[in-house]
Design a protein around this ligand. Structure first.
Ligand SMILES: *Cc1c(COP(=O)(O)O)cnc(C)c1O
Length: 214
């Protein structure tokens, strides 16, 4: 099933788009099946869960942190992950900078629907957050990530993807040091087509690859 799902998706996803398999709750065996089908990037949400899987899978794939990062987990996170997609404050960026060497890749997470219960930088605060983070030479900001609101119809998420793309284009023009906008991570199983139409370069797919989570 995993193989069929991946083949179906890869047939319609443009070749220059990175497919990140979102692997929370999936077993090492399932993840290895996906890797055997050509998956090169995986996204995990929790440090502890990722650590267990990392000890088995190691660096045959690129590891993306796609869940919220707490300060006290940073030291472990930078040992496992190749890129942290969920930086949402200067404080967490400073902590990452403290535990890494030059140019650790991160994305800034945007709370594109300004949802109180969700993490991510509010659109109106992005410029200032980026200006602050650009002073940290150990951090390399490579782009933006957004989840967007949970919606029934994927069309309803389009405005939030469009807004995030506008922020991506705007902040690219700022030419800040240590900021090089090239990755735009948005779109999940039910919304990746819309995300690509709106400019995503990276989509994060769980259910459509592995089936529903139990
Ligand atoms: C779980 C998750 C996904 C994938 O969700 P699906 O609907 O299963 O494709 C993508 N991004 C993040 C941040 C996630 O936590």
């Amino acid at each position: 099933m995993i193989q069929e799902n991946i083949e179906k998706i890869r047939k319609i996803v443009p070749k220059d788009i990175t497919i990140v398999a979102a692997t929370k709750t999936r077993s090492v065996d399932e993840i290895k099946q996906a890797i055997a089908c050509g998956i090169t990037d995986i996204g995990e949400n929790y440090i502890q869960e990722a650590e267990k899987k990392f000890n088995d899978i190691k660096r045959i794939v690129k590891w993306h942190l796609i869940g919220h990062l707490q300060k006290n987990k940073v030291k472990k996170a930078v040992k496992i992950f190749d890129i942290i997609e969920t930086v949402d404050s200067f404080e967490i960026a400073k902590e990452i900078s403290k535990h890494t060497e030059k140019g650790f890749p991160v994305l800034i997470e945007i709370n594109s629907a300004r949802e109180q219960q969700k993490s991510g930088v509010y659109p109106e605060n992005l410029e200032q957050v980026l200006i602050n983070i650009s002073t940290l030479s150990n951090i390399s900001v490579l782009g933006l990530m957004t989840m967007g609101p949970v919606v029934e119809n994927p069309e309803e998420i389009r405005p939030y993807f469009r807004l995030t793309k506008q922020l991506f284009d705007f902040t690219k023009k700022l030419n800040l040091p240590n900021v090089e906008m090239k990755i735009l991570s948005m779109g999940m199983s039910n919304s990746w087509q819309v995300a690509i139409e709106e400019g995503a370069t990276c989509i994060r797919i769980g259910t459509a690859i592995f089936g529903p989570r139990t």
